[in-house]
Design a protein around this ligand. Structure first.
Ligand code: PRP
Length: 184
């Protein structure tokens, strides 16, 4: 299908290969994830930690679907830089200020690709002695050789394409698209 004029305005005229997950599909799955998380934490008292920047849209939609008391904080790590291949050199750029010890932590990630980012973060978070630690990922490419902790809550299995939109970027572009599209 040809891109609409509105889509081309949003991408600065650059055509994406195809839309992989459209807005409605994402919204429905996020609603379901909210219900799963609500059921999994009957007492609430949850600290939702969003991994920036990629999770910012997913996290904001997700927390509005969790019907439990919770707090939100963020982590900033970076691995890709401006390339399309994960460098594996994961840097923690911002550390949450909230006390993590004794908390139920739900780490929210946009996509699990090589798993290097999560493996590094899971190690760092476990050192803070949370009461529990689980992962909620919107997308999972299932290419990681080893994961310290599998995502307990998962949106979609993702194709091994370079995906953009709904928070995911290429060289910082396309994060604002309301759908997820492939660039390759
Ligand atoms: C991307 C993405 C994930 C991570 C996944 O983040 O948002 O956090 O890479 O890759 P991995 O499983 O191979 O480690 P990026 O470093 O590009 O930063 P961003 O979230 O600011 O886009």
């Amino acid at each position: 299908m040809l891109p609409s004029t509105a889509q081309l305005r949003q991408t600065g005229g650059r055509e994406l290969k195809r839309i992989v997950f459209d807005e409605e599909t994402i919204a429905e799955r996020v609603r379901e994830l909210g219900r799963e998380i609500t059921d999994a934490y009957p007492d609430g008292d949850l600290l939702v930690l969003g991994l920036l920047k990629g999770s910012f849209i997913f996290l904001s939609d997700l927390v509005r679907r969790i019907e439990r008391p919770l707090q939100v904080d963020f982590l900033v790590a970076s691995s890709y830089g401006e390339g399309t291949v994960s460098s594996g050199n994961v840097r923690l750029v911002y550390d949450p200020e909230t006390e993590l010890e004794g908390k139920h932590i739900l780490l929210v990630e946009d996509i699990i690709d090589t798993g290097k980012t999560l493996n590094k973060l899971v190690g760092l978070l476990r050192e803070r002695r949370p009461r529990s630690l689980e992962i909620c990922a919107l997308l999972h490419k299932h290419v990681a050789k080893h994961l310290e902790l599998e995502a307990k809550f998962l949106g979609f299995d993702a194709p091994t394409l370079f995906l953009v939109g709904y928070g995911l970027d290429h060289a910082e572009n396309f994060r604002h698209l309301p759908y997820i599209a492939s660039l390759t």
